[in-house]
Design a protein around this ligand. Structure first.
Ligand SMILES: C[S@@+](CC[C@H](N)C(=O)[O-])C[C@H]1O[C@@H](n2cnc3c(N)ncnc32)[C@H](O)[C@@H]1O
Ligand code: SF4
Length: 399
C-alpha cells in the first residue's frame, strides 16, 4: 500500500450501495478480554460535543458520497447503547438529510443492563431497526469471569424487551471459555436456541495482546480448551444450530434465511463502507475503471480524534490505496469467511483477474478431496470444517 493525500478523481457509481459504521468508544467498564477501541470515562461526557464531531465528519464526506444508496448503518463500540436517546435521534436525522435511511438496516450494539434496555423504544422511534445484544454467557459464574456488568436474569430481561420492540434482533455469546465442557456448552446452547429470533453471533474466546486476560493467561491463571475440544465445540455449535435452520453464513455468525446482517455482509462481500468515529476504517471505491480501493483509517484515541475533527473537520490518520494484489488477497480472505464463498464472476469484475489463476490448484484439489472446500462454476467456499482452518487454508491456497 502507498500513502496518498488526495481524494481520487470523480465517481460515477451513482446509487451503488454504501454502508456506514459509527464508532462509539466508551463503556461503563473495560471487559478483561476485550481489545476493541473502548474506554472508560472518568468524567461526565459532553455528548453534544461528540455529536457535533460526528456531524463534521459526515460533512467532510457527504459531497463525495451523497449519491450512494445507503443500505446499512451500524452503531458499534464500545457501547453505543450508552449514547443518549437524543443523540441517536439527531445523528440519524442528520444522516437522513444526506442519504435516505428509510430502507437501511440500522443496527445498534447494546449491553443488556436494564438501564440500556429502557432506551430501546426511543432508539426504535429514531430509526434503529436491529439490536445486537452482548449477552456473552448464560450462566452467572462465567459472566463474572468475563467481567460483565449484567446477570443472566438481566440479560433475559433485555432480550425480552428487545423481542417486544424489534422484529430483528441478535445476541452475542462467547464460548470455548476456561473449563467449559462439551456437555455444558450443549446445555447453554439449548437454552440460547430458545431465545434466538433469526440471528446469533457465537465467538470463541480469543486472548488478545494488551488485555487483562492476556497477562492472566501468560501467568497460567486459567487454561483454554485445547485445539481438539475447540474444534468439537465449533462442530457441535454448527450442528445444533443447523437443526434449527440457523446456518453459519459466516464463521461466527448464524442466521435463518433473510436474517443475515446486511451490514456485516457488506464487509465480507467487499462492498463500500464509510467509518466515522475514533479508529473507524473505510473502504471506498476508486473511480470507474480503476482497480483498487481507497483505505481510510481514523485516529484511534477518542480525545485526539475529537480534537482533530474539531480542528480540521476530519481525523484521518491513514489514507492509502489498496493496490491490485492486496485487494485480491482481501477479497479472498473476506469471501472465504462466508458460506456463499467467493463469487468467481464478481471477483473478476472487481479485480480483472480469474480467481483460479491466483490459487494453487493442487492445494485446491486436496482441500476439495478432504471436504474442507467446495467449488462449482459460480463460487468457491469453505465447508464448516474448512472455516475452522480459515487462516491456514488461505496460507496454503493463495500463490
Ligand atoms: C464491540 S464488542 C460488543 C459490544 C458491547 N459493548 C458488548 O460488550 O456487548 C462485539 C463482540 O465481540 C465479542 N468479543 C470481544 N472480544 C472478544 C474476545 N476476546 N473473544 C471473543 N469474543 C470477543 C463479544 O461477543 C462482543 O459482544
Ligand atoms: S466487550 Fe463491550 S462492554 Fe466490554 S469492553 Fe469491549 S466493547 Fe466494552
Amino acid at each position: 500500500m502507498r500513502f496518498v493525500s488526495w481524494w481520487p478523481v470523480v465517481f460515477h457509481n451513482i446509487m451503488s450501495p454504501l454502508s456506514l459504521y459509527i464508532h462509539w468508544p466508551f463503556c461503563l467498564k473495560k471487559c478483561p478480554y476485550c481489545d476493541f477501541n473502548s474506554h472508560v470515562r472518568e468524567s461526565e461526557l459532553e455528548q453534544e460535543r461528540w455529536l457535533q464531531a460526528y456531524f463534521h465528519e459526515l460533512d467532510y464526506y457527504k459531497d463525495r458520497l451523497k449519491d450512494r444508496k445507503l443500505v446499512s448503518i451500524f452503531f458499534g463500540g464500545g457501547t453505543p447503547s450508552l449514547m443518549s436517546e437524543e443523540m441517536v435521534e439527531r445523528l440519524l436525522g442528520y444522516i437522513n438529510d444526506i442519504w435516505s435511511i428509510k430502507e437501511a438496516e440500522i443496527t445498534l450494539e447494546a449491553n443488556p443492563t436494564s438501564f440500556e434496555a429502557e432506551k430501546f423504544k426511543a432508539f426504535k422511534r429514531s430509526g434503529v431497526n436491529r439490536i445486537s445484544l452482548g449477552i456473552q454467557a448464560l450462566n452467572d459464574n462465567d459472566l463474572k469471569f468475563l467481567g460483565r456488568e449484567h446477570s443472566v436474569s438481566e440479560a433475559l430481561g433485555a432480550l425480552d424487551k428487545a423481542a417486544g420492540i424489534f422484529k430483528n434482533y441478535s445476541f452475542d455469546l462467547i464460548y470455548a471459555r476456561p473449563h467449559q465442557t462439551l456437555a455444558q456448552w450443549e446445555k447453554e446452547l439449548e437454552q440460547a436456541i430458545k431465545l434466538i429470533n433469526g440471528h446469533i453471533s457465537l465467538y470463541q474466546l480469543t486472548i488478545e495482546k494488551g488485555t487483562k486476560f492476556y497477562s492472566a493467561y501468560q501467568n497460567k491463571e486459567f487454561e483454554l480448551p485445547n485445539e481438539e475440544l475447540s474444534a468439537q465445540l465449533y462442530e457441535i455449535t454448527a450442528k445444533m444450530l443447523g437443526k434449527e435452520q440457523l446456518y453459519p453464513y459466516e464463521i461466527s455468525n448464524y442466521a435463518k434465511r433473510g436474517y443475515e446482517s446486511q451490514h456485516n455482509l457488506a464487509y465480507w462481500y467487499y462492498q463500500e463502507y464509510l467509518g466515522i468515529g475514533a479508529g473507524a476504517h473505510s473502504r471506498l471505491r476508486l473511480a470507474d475503471n480503476i482497480i483498487g480501493r481507497q483505505a481510510l483509517m481514523n485516529i484511534h484515541n477518542p480525545q485526539q480524534w475529537l480534537k482533530a475533527v474539531e480542528e480540521k473537520g476530519h481525523a484521518l490518520q491513514n489514507n492509502e490505496i489498496v493496490g491490485q494484489i492486496d485487494m485480491e488477497l482481501e477479497m479472498i480472505m473476506m469471501g472465504l469467511r462466508i458460506a456463499s464463498g467467493i463469487n468467481k464472476q464478481l471477483f473478476t469484475q472487481e479485480t480483472g483477474k480469474n480467481l483460479l489463476n491466483l490459487l494453487n490448484i493442487d492445494v485446491l484439489n486436496q482441500l476439495k478431496e478432504s471436504r474442507l472446500l467446495e467449488e462449482d462454476e459460480h463460487s468457491i467456499r469453505l465447508t464448516i470444517d474448512g472455516m475452522l482452518l480459515h487462516q491456514s487454508i488461505i496460507n496454503q491456497l493463495v500463490i
